[in-house]
Design a protein around this ligand. Sequence first.
Ligand code: IPE
Ligand code: IPE
Ligand code: MG
Length: 235
Amino acid sequence: MNVPNHIAIILDGNGRWAKAKGMPRSYGHVKGCANLETICDDMKELGVKYLTVYAFSTENWKRSREEVEGLMKLFRNYLKKCIKISEKNKMRVKIIGDVTAFDDDIQQKIAELEEFSKDYTELHFQIALNYGSRDEIVRGMRRMARDASEGRISPEDIDENTIGNYLDTVGIPDPDFLIRTSGEQRLSNFLLWQMAYTEFYFTDVAWPDFHKAELIKAIEKYNERDRRYGGVKEE
Ligand code: IPE
Ligand code: IPE
Ligand code: MG
């Protein structure tokens, strides 16, 4: 089985999963968060090198105060726990997104986790928090315009690589495979630039139920794809 080098996942369906069990949405988020721990183990075992997950979007602040507060509490716990997980899996953790919107203690936990795990190379794990692809492009292009107006780069030299270098994902190869759980078939503002040639996979399974067998099923589907990048393959 050919395992994708970089898998991106839109972790969706926590709320509906909980509701179907007669439980509050927050219960779904707790179970979804627990599943994130096991999926990292599975990815490492399968030999995936890069994993990027969408955990909180720039649009998710629109949810009820109660839900947002519950998620912040979960992030606090998870970021702390993730130090141990990174050590166990030898995985480097990076947060993509505008982290300046979070409370200071969350920003501090993010900095600690990134610093602690920075030399690990077995698995590169990116967590998108307060991430929106359009917001990422706006922030990056502001920096690029500043660099141009202050003479650090010249407009003629700007190419696709330059733009990639101003995004949060700098240094991370583009995803080969995108998985979105729980039935929705849209990108919801995730990695728009980076997924120009990514293969998409949608499943009705909700995120808290997306375990290793489902992951393997998805990768088997990936193996049936004929990736072309605009060309045609020699017979
Ligand atoms: C994904 O599950 C987690 C976050 C967006 C934080 P949802 O909370 O979107 O669950 P559904 O889609 O409402 O079921
Ligand atoms: C996308 O899921 C964001 C995350 C999974 C973090 P949403 O559930 O917020 O997306 P929409 O609103 O259904 O498009
Ligand atoms: Mg959702």
